[in-house]
Ligand binder design. Structure first.
Ligand code: CA
Length: 253
């Protein structure tokens, strides 16, 4: 099993609270589970009215807010939430073709939005960006990940192996980040799909195989492989094994 991410804390060291307002039950559940895993205290509401009631008690720092709710619009809910707490940060969930202009107007105020379907990594990155910009989150102590001679600066989005920059596409970067956050842990294709691709991505495990092959190539698998296949299960990222005696001897000559 993969390990939870570092909690998102405020200056006082309290875990930040995220309220998910989404009427689609599966999506609401997945978001809450993922946010909890990602280091937030998370709650959910399925309607605008219950969102306002829950927010009174829960006092969220951020709200993940579906624009299209059964009882009222997300924009109405936002007004209510802002009356309770003018500083609350909002990440809107929008459908591709809906209300994008109006949302864009609101996000000028510092809120943000993602368009469905989105990947969880995108939601996580946007939320962390929101609370950082709003000055709510305590600055993170280094945003670096490292496994063996592989390093990743998550904020600068820079990856190096043996000090040499590795250029990655956005998807390759997210895939590698997930692997690097779980070093020596065997991750199934389903887990990888779930975390790196959209929650309702229809494709199968072959897309994971494909991107793993891209990553291996870029990380120099022929030299010293770091991503290993665990047959019938998935993949594991490990520091490269020390070179064999013969290779060391060859290198010394
Ligand atoms: Ca909805």
């Amino acid at each position: 099993m993969s390990t939870p991410n570092t909690p998102v804390l405020n200056a006082a060291g309290d875990v930040l609270r995220a309220l998910v307002v989404e009427d689609e039950p599966n999506l609401a559940d997945v978001l809450v589970r993922m946010l909890a895993f990602d280091g937030w205290a998370a709650e959910q509401a399925r309607t605008g009215a219950s969102a306002l009631a829950i927010a009174q008690e829960f006092r969220p720092d951020v709200v993940v807010l579906d624009v299209m709710l059964p009882d009222t619009s997300g924009l109405e809910v936002l007004r209510g939430l802002r009356e309770q707490n003018p500083a609350v940060c909002v990440l809107f969930l929008t459908a591709k073709d809906s209300l994008e202009d109006r949302i864009t107007g609101i996000t000028a105020g510092g809120d943000d939005y993602v368009t469905k379907p989105f990947s969880f990594q995108e939601v996580s990155a946007r939320l962390r960006g929101l609370v950082r910009r709003a000055g709510i989150a305590r600055p993170s102590e280094g945003t670096g990940l490292s496994v063996g001679d592989l390093t990743m600066d998550e904020e600068a989005r820079e990856v190096r192996r043996g000090g040499k920059v590795v250029e990655l596409t956005a998807t390759e970067f997210e895939l590698l980040r997930f692997l690097m956050r779980n070093p020596r842990v065997v991750l199934s294709k389903a887990q990888i799909l779930d975390r790196v691709w959209s929650y309702d991505f229809g494709g199968g495990g072959h897309v994971v195989e494909l991107y793993i092959s891209y990553l291996r190539k870029k990380l120099g698998a022929d030299v010293a492989p770091m991503i290993h296949t665990v047959r019938g299960i998935g993949y594991v990222l490990k520091p490269a094994a020390p070179s064999t005696r013969r290779e060391r001897a060859a290198g010394a000559q």
